[in-house]
Design a protein around this ligand. Structure first.
Ligand code: ZN
Length: 186
């Protein structure tokens, strides 16, 4: 993986160059929201590419990236079967990758993008890692632990709370899953 390619520079519709959300210059409120959406879409697009890699490996297609200061510092896709590891969900793989990169078990000030709403295990691990913000794509109606079945971040029993936001590129993220299972049923 070449992290060096990811320097977090985006050109948004106003034609301005934005170096991560921390360095948005001369934008009014509306433009800031639109820049944030563009940034979220960019990272989710990378997570979608990783989900596709999972599908190609015959794994349920979920992809995730960890971002710090506008740079992707960890990537992962779902690989429990090939990795003979029940915990190898995309989010866990991406967080391990990021923790190795930072040489730190805490992922302070890091955002995690994942194509599908996370499960209980992954939300728990993100709390342990001190992830700052979770952005997910499509809902996971059966076992989603932020919105669909459980609302883990609404409880007050964790010692760390994480901002979260769902629905980014939701159609594309859901379509990758639907295509995978349709193909499997053939
Ligand atoms: Zn999970």
């Amino acid at each position: 993986m070449d992290y060096g390619l990811w320097i977090g520079i985006f050109v948004i519709d106003t034609g301005m160059i934005v170096v991560s959300d921390h360095y948005i210059l001369n934008l009014n409120g509306t433009q800031k929201v639109s820049a944030r959406l563009d940034i979220d879409n960019s990272y989710m697009a990378r997570a979608l590419e990783l989900a596709q890699q999972a599908a190609e490996a015959g794994e349920v297609p979920v992809g995730a990236v960890v971002v710090k200061d506008g740079e992707v510092i960890g990537e992962g896709y779902n690989q429990p079967i090939s990795g003979t590891d029940p915990t190898a969900h995309a989010e866990i793989v991406a967080m391990r990758n990021a923790a190795t990169f930072l040489n730190n078990y805490r992922l302070t000030d890091c955002d995690l993008y994942v194509t599908i709403e996370p499960c209980t295990m992954c939300v728990g691990a993100m709390v342990h890692a001190r992830i700052k913000r979770i952005v997910f794509g499509a809902l996971e109606a059966r076992a989603g632990a932020l919105q669909s079945q459980l609302q883990l971040m609404d409880g007050d029993y964790y010692n760390h709370s994480i901002d979260w936001h769902g629905g980014v590129l939701a159609d594309q993220c859901g379509a990758v899953m639907r295509d995978f299972f349709r193909e499997k049923r053939k």
